[in-house]
Design a protein around this ligand. Structure first.
Ligand code: ADP
Ligand code: MG
Length: 487
């Protein structure tokens, strides 16, 4: 277990600085309805069509906790190997904003539903443990739209009241790569659990990125800046890089860092001050009198535990122990739930080694190329499994399989049908192969002479010729065996 991944250091003059990062990830709970109302959470609806009187904060409307969202938060806590708190409290976090009709956000402050946990990162130089500080439930705000009307800001309240889980890490991250791996791992765990779809384009997963720097080796944490609401891994990495260097420059000039909230400007690739950091007391947190403390029983938690599927870390271990995959292969195949399902569907009926190679090789290349998720793969697991079985039983060679794979992409075609239609069956009849080898030998008397006089490198030439004569269909193993005998 590596404690400190410090290949990412910043040098200025004789000083070497280490970067310290902690993330507050906002993950939208997968749920049909909102945290305290029954309105829908479907993405992409017309503005203000999914707003109940509670979400619009009409006077006298009362919030009612959505039990499903509570279950989702607890399941996520279990996935983060975290302490589940049987008693938690909803507080009002008071601030004014045009898209916050209540004038406060219902959140959890002192008593979150989930306490400390851990996430394991697979880094190229070993595993790294990142501490989770807490996970709490809170409502999302609405959205201000500044670019639809030249005079006015418009407000869409569809998101208002949607359940979010805020997952707060300890300041354990040290490099932009660790941040990327951490976000991907959280996303993976939540997608396995079905508690957050992890869709960053739709805003289901975004993070506030806290960055500070300190002289390498020093114990004391530096003053942090918080970069608000970053919604892509690439932007998080760019923002960290800019921000860390900005802070180092300030320190080197003898200045101090102000604890503040900053924005990342994508176009300029720089962070800008938004406001000096507000403190908890600025929000006048107090327990929401409309909601009772949230209490869950041991039995309630136990039932949820029983429902937890095999998670990526355990699946990886099983793939390595049982299927003899390399840690690298296993990491790739478990990283996303859809990939692991695809793999497991294939190996239920097909060779594991071939399945691993074809998925991580040919299939991933195609998906990358076409920018597709595996759930939209042009080739189904069922048909890739058939193709692998055709290779395994010798019906086709690996080389022909690549041709067939290309053809399968046209409408997820059945490889068996392609073999029949195109006559691509591998020639495995020794008599037939002997005949074509005889032809190659009689056609190339000079080469045979050279070979026999010691130029053994020519063996490959004969194999190639035999393949060519058979239009690539001859069984390569048989060609090898028979050629050896004949020559
Ligand atoms: P706030 O709501 O004030 O931002 P939180 O406790 O919700 O406070 O989150 C603080 C985040 O900042 C955590 O992810 C924590 O790990 C991180 N953090 C705290 N101190 C530092 C520091 N010196 N450098 C970098 N990150 C830090
Ligand atoms: Mg914060």
């Amino acid at each position: 277990m590596i404690k400190d991944n410090s290949e990412y250091l910043i040098s200025r003059g004789s000083n070497t600085y280490e970067v310290v990062i902690g993330l507050e990830v906002h993950a939208q709970v997968t749920s049909k309805s909102k945290l305290f109302s029954s309105s829908s959470t479907t993405f992409g609806a017309e503005p203000n069509t999914q707003v109940s009187l509670v979400d619009a904060a009409f006077p006298g409307m009362l919030p009612v906790i959505n039990e499903f969202c509570v279950k989702q938060a607890i399941k996520t806590g279990i996935g983060l190997k975290a302490q589940i708190n049987k008693r938690s409290v909803f507080d009002r976090k008071n601030y004014f904003y045009a898209d916050l009709p209540q004038g406060y956000q219902i959140s959890q402050f002192k008593y979150p539903i989930v306490g400390e946990g851990t996430v394991i990162l697979d880094m190229p130089n070993g595993q790294k443990e990142v501490g989770i500080e807490r996970l709490h439930l809170e409502q999302d705000a609405g959205k201000s739209i500044h670019d639809m009307d030249p005079q006015n800001t418009l407000v869409d309240l569809n998101r208002s009241g949607v359940a979010l889980m805020e997952i707060v890490s300890k300041p354990d991250l040290r490099t932009p790569d660790e941040v990327s791996t951490y976000i991907k791992k959280l996303r993976s765990i939540m997608r396995y659990l079905g508690t957050c779809d992890g869709n960053m384009q739709e805003g289901s997963l975004r993070a506030d990125v806290n960055v500070s720097v300190r002289i390498k080796g020093s114990e004391k944490l530096g003053t942090r800046c918080e970069i608000k609401n970053v919604n892509s891994i690439k932007f998080m990495q760019m923002a960290i890089n800019y921000e860390a260097n900005r802070q180092v420059d300030l320190i080197e000039e003898g200045k101090t860092i102000n604890q503040e909230t900053r924005l990342f400007d994508i176009k300029k690739n720089e962070t800008r001050s938004m406001r000096s950091k507000e403190d908890a007391h600025d929000y006048r947190y107090f327990p929401d009198p409309d909601l009772l403390p949230l209490e869950v029983t041991d039995d309630f938690i136990k039932k949820l535990k029983a429902d937890i599927p095999e998670l990526p870390d355990d699946k990886k271990k099983r793939f390595i122990d049982k299927f003899k995959l390399s840690p690298y292969e296993a990491t790739i195949l478990v990283s996303d739930i859809d990939t692991s399902k695809y793999f497991e569907e294939i190996i239920a009926n097909s060779d594991i080694k071939l399945a691993t190679n074809w998925i991580t090789g040919e299939l991933f290349a195609v998906l990358n190329d076409k920018n597709l998720e595996i759930s939209d793969s042009p080739i189904s697991a069922k048909n890739l499994s058939k193709l692998i079985n055709l290779i395994k039983d010798g019906t086709i060679s690996g080389k022909i399989a690549k041709t067939i794979f290309e053809l399968m992409m046209d409408g997820d075609k059945d490889p068996q049908k392609i073999v029949e239609e195109k006559g691509l069956k591998q020639e495995s009849d020794p008599k037939a192969i002997e005949a074509l080898i005889d032809k190659v030998i009689t056609d190339n008397p000079e080469k045979v002479k050279e070979y026999k006089s010691g130029k053994e490198k020519l063996f490959g030439f004969f194999v190639g010729q035999a393949m060519k004569v058979s239009s690539g269909k001859a069984n390569p193993q048989l060609i090898n065996d028979i050629l050896k005998k004949k020559l």
